[in-house]
Ligand binder design. Structure first.
Ligand code: 5RP
Length: 258
C-alpha cells in the first residue's frame, strides 16, 4: 500500500467519529458512492485554481483524486485547508498550501456535509468539528461544491441530525443554558481517544443541539449566533452551489442551487 493511501486510512481513523453516521449505506456502498461523487466533482477543478478545502472523509477522497490529477496533468493548484486533518493530508500529498488573503476570493471550495436539504441545498455541517473554518472558506469562494452520499439528503433540515455549535470554553455552560431557552436540546460533544470534551482546531468546544425539524434555518442560525460565547453555527444557508450526491450503485446526481 502506498504512503498516500495509507494516509487516507489514517485520516479516516482520525475522523472516525462520524463514520457510523452513514447508516443507510454499507461500508462498500459508502465507498462506491463517495468515490463516484468525488470523481464527478473533479470536473470543476481547473489549472491555476486557488481551492478551499473543507474537512472529513469525502474531502479526503476528493483531495487524493486531485493529487493523482496533479501528477498526471501537471496542474498548478494551491489550497487553503480548513483543519489539521486536511492540512496534514495535503502536506503528505505534496500539495501547495496558503492562507486566505484579504480581497481575494477562492476559485472553488470543495466540502462535505452532514445533511443537505434537497430543495434549498441548505446544510448542517460540523460533524468533524471544522465548521468555523469551513464556513469562512465556503463564504469566501466563487463556487462551493459539496460531495455527499445519498443518505445525507433530507426533505427538512434537523430531522435526525443535531446542529453542531462551536463555543468558547469560557462560556460553555452559559451558552448551553441560552440554547435550551430557545428550544434546543444541547449535548456537549465528547472526545474520542481523550477524556472530556472534544476540543476543536481553534481550541473551542462543540455543543450538538437537537432542534428537531428546522423550519427556518437562516433565522435559527442568526438566533444562535447572537448568543455570547458562540463562535460559529453548523447551519450553512445559501452557500452550496452544487451538490454531488453519490449513490451506493456508483451513480451520481448533481443538484444545483436555483
Ligand atoms: C466537518 C464537516 C464535514 O463536511 C461533515 O462532517 C461530513 O463529513 P464526511 O464527509 O466525513 O461524512 O462538516 O466539520
Amino acid at each position: 500500500m502506498s504512503r498516500v493511501s495509507g494516509w487516507v486510512q489514517c485520516s479516516e481513523v482520525i475522523y472516525g467519529g462520524n463514520v457510523d453516521a452513514n447508516l443507510g449505506l454499507t461500508l462498500k456502498g459508502y465507498e462506491e458512492a463517495v468515490k463516484a461523487a468525488s470523481s464527478r466533482a473533479l470536473e470543476l477543478v481547473q489549472d491555476g485554481y486557488l481551492i478551499g478545502l473543507g474537512s472529513g472523509r469525502a474531502v479526503a477522497q476528493v483531495l487524493n483524486m486531485i493529487g493523482e490529477k496533479i501528477k498526471k496533468e501537471g496542474l498548478k493548484l494551491t489550497f487553503v485547508p480548513s483543519s489539521y486533518q486536511i492540512e496534514l493530508l495535503s502536506r503528505h500529498l505534496g500539495l501547495k498550501l496558503t492562507h486566505l488573503e484579504a480581497g481575494r476570493l477562492l476559485d472553488l471550495a470543495l466540502d462535505g456535509a452532514d445533511q443537505v436539504e434537497v430543495k434549498t441545498l441548505n446544510m448542517i455541517k460540523g460533524g468533524g468539528a471544522a465548521l468555523a473554518r469551513e464556513k469562512i472558506i465556503d463564504s469566501n469562494s466563487k463556487k462551493v461544491a459539496i460531495v455527499i452520499t445519498e443518505d445525507k439528503l433530507t426533505k427538512n433540515l434537523g430531522e435526525g441530525k443535531p446542529v453542531p455549535v462551536e463555543v468558547l470554553p469560557f462560556g460553555v455552560d452559559a451558552v448551553i443554558h441560552s440554547i435550551e431557552k430557545i428550544g434546543g436540546r444541547p449535548t456537549l460533544r465528547q472526545g474520542q481517544g481523550k477524556v472530556g470534551p472534544i476540543i476543536t482546531d481553534n481550541g473551542n468546544m462543540i455543543v450538538d443541539v437537537d432542534f428537531g425539524r428546522i423550519e427556518d434555518p437562516q433565522t435559527l442560525e442568526g438566533e444562535i449566533k447572537m448568543i455570547p460565547g458562540v463562535v460559529e453555527v453548523g447551519l450553512f444557508t445559501g452557500l452550496a452551489d452544487l451538490v454531488y450526491v453519490g449513490r451506493g450503485d456508483g451513480t451520481v446526481e448533481v443538484l444545483r442551487r436555483e
